[in-house]
Design a protein around this ligand. Structure first.
Ligand code: MN
Length: 493
């Protein structure tokens, strides 16, 4: 008999089809059994972790395969269940997702600095996250882990916290998942930078109390005005700027809190775009707006696709308050980003019709690419995905798994010089994906390159014909110029 707790997942799940419900129930039983001997750092049964992740995924309205993969995501790594078993029991899609999440978890980097390591990790994430669903599961996994970070020993805790800020939160941001991004940041912040966190909290203390009181009175008046003037279906909520974002803003403003205006805001959610403008009119006829602070991101969305109207008003206590106005659709899109598009679109088209915002268009493109790789191979996907992330860039892997970013059409010699000047100077060829090639060989995204060098070998002029990067050209020229006769030829060019 199935444990009644599975209902907690099923009731939130978008699909109620028998096959989908069956898949999730089966994954639930399987994962619970597989993890039954394990405990978390907190001492709780391990199964709590995959269980909560699947609840969160169902809550994000992800499909049944993703929810099932959430239940099974630690099964290959932690309890050694074989891939064949997962394939046989749950099918290709679920196996793909579970394996993807396991792979992402295994990435470790050698690098010269934290920045370098993080950059590598981030690039690799993007390169191998061949399915956005893998990334969504991984982000939710990190979110759940970071909620219980206090049980992890201190040194490891700090590393996880920094990695969360530098990698996971950035990825959530890139995919427009603001709500997850903010929670990741705000939970990681105190562990990553305890001193800065303390400082911020002490600065904020009085300000928050003041802001909250002021916003509260605007809130009451606004709901009366709106219902009096025909906007009855609205939700008004108080919103405090996330802590880590506030800290970053504060640093930008040279630690002067009085220059940070948007710490607290009121958010008004109304049914239609027309209501948004009506609401703006009502607000401006009730309070005096601060001149030049109205931002209409509905008629002109932000670069990242963000839509809302913002305005700052003078309040009666001689203070000011920010109000943000948006529709429900804009709200969901803003909070859940790509996850909301997986949930609310079918084949990349919005379920409810209507036109697409720039963000939706970008995401639609991404989804179309993903659909295509399901039918082709992953090289094509990587080539398409990077179009938007890293225009005209390719990622090349060192034999150790480090990632080197190069411009499109770069050749082996560009790579060699990027790794090290001496390696460039002494290069004679390379193994690209274990095949021996010449220095003029053009590289493709995802190639693994191992340069073959010979002591005392020197660059030749012909290299300049196929070197694409400025760095490689510069090094080739300067090495050649060491020799006087070569220098003469060089100057004649
Ligand atoms: Mn996990």
């Amino acid at each position: 008999m199935t444990d009644p707790a599975v209902e907690k997942i099923l009731e939130k799940m978008r699909s109620k089809k028998d096959a989908d419900v069956g898949l999730v129930k089966k994954a639930y039983d399987f994962a619970r059994e597989a993890h039954k001997e394990q405990k978390r750092f907190s001492g709780e049964p391990f199964f709590i972790h995959p269980f909560n992740i699947s609840v969160m995924l169902a809550d994000l309205r992800q499909d049944a395969e993703t929810v099932a993969a959430g239940l099974l995501h630690d099964i290959i790594e932690d309890v050694n269940v074989s891939k064949d078993v997962i394939l046989k029991e749950f099918g290709e899609q679920v196996l793909f997702l579970v394996e993807g999440v396991s792979k992402l978890g295994k990435i470790r980097y050698q690098g010269t600095s934290i920045d370098h390591k993080m950059e590598n990790l981030r690039k690799l994430f993007i390169a191998i996250a061949a399915d956005v669903r893998v990334l969504i599961i991984k982000l939710v996994d990190r979110l759940h882990n970071i909620r219980t970070l206090e049980h992890v020993r201190e040194e490891k805790r700090r590393r996880i916290a920094i990695e969360t800020l530098e990698v996971y939160a950035r990825l959530a941001e890139r995919f427009g998942m603001w709500k997850i991004k903010e929670e990741l940041e705000d939970r990681a912040f105190p562990y990553a930078y305890p001193d800065k966190y303390e400082l911020l909290m002490s600065l904020l203390q009085n300000r928050l109390v003041e802001d909250e009181k002021r916003i509260q009175s605007v809130h009451e008046r606004l709901s009366q005005e709106l219902s009096l003037r025909g906007i009855s279906q609205c939700e008004i909520s108080y919103r405090r700027k996330a802590l880590y974002s506030t800290y970053k803003k504060l640093v930008e403003k040279e630690m002067d809190l009085t220059k940070v205006y948007d710490i607290a805001a009121l958010r008004v959610i109304v049914p239609t775009v027309e209501d948004c403008y009506k609401t703006l009119g009502i607000i401006h006829s009730t309070w005096t707006p601060l001149p030049g602070r109205v931002k209409d991101y509905i008629s002109t969305p932000k670069q990242n696709g963000y839509r809302s109207i913002h305005t700052d008003i003078f309040t009666r206590d001689n203070g000011s308050a920010e109000v943000q106005i948006r529709t429900k659709e804009m709200h969901i899109e803003d909070e859940y980003g790509i996850a909301s598009h997986l949930a609310y679109s079918e084949n990349g088209k919005p379920i409810d019709g209507g036109h697409l915002s720039p963000k939706q268009k970008w995401i639609r493109q991404l989804l179309l690419w993903q659909k295509r790789i399901a039918e082709s191979d992953s090289t094509e996907f990587m080539e398409n995905l990077r179009l938007d992330f890293f225009k005209n860039q390719i990622f090349i892997f060192t034999p150790k798994g480090d990632v080197i970013q190069l411009p499109e059409e770069a050749t082996v010699i560009d790579y060699a010089y990027r790794v090290h000047t001496d390696i460039g100077n002494e290069a004679v060829g390379a193994w690209v994906n274990q095949k021996y090639v010449g220095l003029n060989h053009p590289l493709k995204n995802g190639d693994i390159v191992n340069v073959d060098t010979r002591k005392g070998a020197r660059p030749s002029f012909s290299w300049l014909k196929f070197a694409k990067t400025a760095t490689a050209k510069k090094h080739i020229r300067s090495t050649l110029a060491v020799n006087r006769r070569d220098r003469f030829n060089y100057l004649k060019q």
